[in-house]
Design a protein around this ligand. Structure first.
Ligand code: GCB
Length: 609
């Protein structure tokens, strides 16, 4: 019988965030690396994996695009290299290299030997390099990263049918999505070591029984021996034994009078897993978990059995100079502003965000809709492209769930943003063959998400005027709507009425909780008009107000997320002034527009930011 906690098809090893303790070591290789563009694709043949011929300095993590003029629109291969010593105290341990995010395709060499490859720009990958290391001189790591917009990738490059919102908008560099194709090593590259037998993965699932919090934990370990062994689980003053069979063990802990995790009280319990040999602890791993449940009942979304409403935004990992890379000052400021404005949620539009962002969300009580990078899918493209994209979506979904399954802040998985199956925005009917192809595709993704994680609802975000059939497969209906912007321009009241009408139609059609995961208008800061006109601060504020009013009268609406939290960089095109999407309620440097103050009043924002 297949255990649903350890399904086939998950990444070969676990993706636990590496940590330092008395049994394991961690060395962050962030800092200055050598960097070289490789437009002639000669690096592999020329042996750049051991030394770059004409390197320039680059920080890791960082996107390469905002740093050098010739790198701005460059999406081909580029090389990163760094020398490192392995601390002598690590000898006798297993050593791993973990790349947090290489956007999009990566090949990795250590000491000139190819050790791994990875596709997909926003999720970590790990390779053991114990055998490749030297201890008496520095080691070299070289990583080749390229971000070509190829049609079989996810997100796809433009296929024969164009694609996505950006396909309609046009733009340079050509993408199928409306954000800048930042490239490079976007998160830390770390070395870590473990004992020979080590904890490889931990899955903690929580439920509530009366006032007890129940935590079911499954541990995967890699043993140097026969795959048997002992261990323990500890949570507060509770303890349970783990007895491993073929590297796996499970146990359940029951927390009496549990303090449940919620935005109002984001209480975390540290859970420690240990391995033991002959009564001696040989490895340990600690993670913070939240005791909570999420479920859909009828047309309601429930957190800990009570209806919950998501107030918040779609966001981007986007900031000047650092591009899409981990930027901790940005994250700390963004969480402060989420609190200031009274939001309790965001969606990781349109790709998984950094692990640090997820840890902060756990700690601060922010509800996250966690999305794979499936943006810009077009089901009018040939079936072989759809098949290639499905394989990539499945891989990224598995990696995302492996990485983020233990975060209480993740309340929903989202498998795609605005897939297309024909004309948009009511300009024509969906194409039946495309709708059919999408149904097969999303049935598979939904099934995989539920199989890997039966504890969280799953959604798909639909585009205005796109096929509605796909929503029927999912637990929550999520829609992006721009009545009053892309349609009904300049007519706020008419737009809000059309929006309200569609909400009622969708509710009648599906009877499921409904979330509006995008609504907004481009807004140039400092531009004003009364009566409101498109692009002004008043127009944005009134547009958002109209949508919020319509939703407030409809108890089946479980969330309203404004597009966007902050202005962000896009490609260049006629509808993106200065290469920017201006739908932020904060500017790119996080100053509030009029709408931010309106939302704060409405959402009861607290604190001084
Ligand atoms: C959308 C997309 C988002 C775009 C936004 C816009 O529907 O999901 O990625 O940025 O519209 O501003 O056009």
């Amino acid at each position: 019988m297949t255990d649903p906690l350890t399904p086939a098809g998950t990444p070969a090893g676990g993706l636990l965030l590496p940590q330092q303790n008395q049994h394991r070591n961690l060395l962050d290789l962030s800092g200055l690396w050598h960097f070289q563009l490789d437009p002639g694709e000669e690096g592999e043949a020329q042996g750049w994996s051991t030394a770059l011929p004409a390197p320039r300095p680059i920080p890791v993590p960082c996107s390469w695009n905002d740093l050098y003029d010739d790198a701005r629109d460059y999406l081909g291969p580029a090389w990163y290299a760094k020398d490192f010593w392995v601390p002598p105290g690590w000898q006798g341990q297993r050593v791993f290299l973990r790349v947090g995010s290489a956007n999009y395709a990566a090949r990795v060499w250590v000491g000139g030997a190819l050790v791994t490859e990875h596709l997909g720009g926003h999720l970590p990958f790990v390779v053991e390099i114990t055998q490749e290391l030297t201890w008496d001189r520095p080691n070299t790591v070289a990583i080749r990263v390229e971000n070509l917009q190829l049609p079989g990738r996810v997100p796809p490059g433009p296929g024969p049918s164009g694609g996505g919102v950006a396909g309609v908008l046009g733009g340079y560099p050509a993408t199928t999505y409306d954000f800048f194709p930042y490239a490079g090593l976007h998160r830390a590259v770390v070395l870590y070591s473990t004992p020979a037998g080590y904890i490889d993965d931990v899955t903690a699932r929580t439920s509530i029984e009366g006032t007890d919090g129940v935590v079911h934990v499954r541990v995967k370990s890699v043993w140097h021996g026969a795959g048997q062994g002992q261990g323990k689980l500890r949570l507060a003053d509770l303890e349970a034994d783990l007895s491993f069979q073929n590297g796996e063990a499970a146990a359940t802990l029951r927390v009496p009078a549990a303090r449940l995790w919620s935005p109002q009280d984001p209480h975390l319990y540290p859970l420690t897993v240990t391995l033991e040999e002959d009564g001696r602890v040989t490895d340990a791993y600690t993670l913070d978990i939240g005791l909570r449940t999420v479920e859909v009942r009828g047309d309601q979304l429930l957190l800990n059995g009570e209806p919950v409403f998501l107030k918040g935004f779609g966001k981007h990992e986007d900031f000047p100079l650092s591009g899409r890379a981990l930027n901790l000052p940005m994250w700390i400021r963004d969480y402060a502003l989420l609190r200031w404005v009274g939001a309790n949620s965001y969606r990781t539009t349109h790709y998984p965000y950094a692990e640090e962002a997820m840890l902060l969300a756990d700690r601060l009580g922010v509800l996250v809709i966690n999305e794979i990078p499936a943006v810009g899918l077009n089901f009018e493209d040939p079936q072989e492209l759809t098949d290639a994209r499905l394989a990539q979506c499945l891989q990224q979904l598995r990696e995302l769930i492996a990485r983020d399954k233990n975060h209480p802040s993740t309340v929903l998985w989202c498998v795609a943003n605005e897939p297309m199956g024909g004309p948009l925005l009511g300009t024509g009917d969906p194409v039946p063959a495309a709708v059919e192809s999408g149904l097969a595709f999303f049935r598979e993704l939904y099934g995989e998400a539920r199989r890997l994680d039966p504890t969280r609802p799953v959604t798909l975000v639909g585009v205005q005027g796109g096929p509605l059939e796909w929503h029927g497969l999912f637990d929550v209906v999520a829609i992006n709507r721009y009545y009053g912007w892309y349609t009904h321009g300049g007519r706020l009241e008419e737009g809000a009425r059309a929006f309200a009408r569609e909400l009622d139609e969708l509710h009648a059609m599906f009877g499921k909780p409904l979330m509006v995961t995008e609504f907004g208008t481009d807004t140039l800061p400092g531009v004003h008009a009364t009566p409101p006109e498109m692009w002004t601060e008043e127009y944005q504020s009134e547009f958002l107000r109209g949508f919020l009013d319509a939703a407030a009268e409809r108890p089946f609406v479980a969330g309203m997320q404004v597009w966007n939290f902050a202005d962000f960089k896009t490609g260049q095109g006629t509808s993106r002034a200065a290469g920017m999407n201006f739908k932020g309620v904060f500017t790119r440097d996080r100053r509030p527009k009029l709408a931010a103050h309106m939302l704060r009043e409405r959402w009861g924002g607290k604190g001084d930011g």
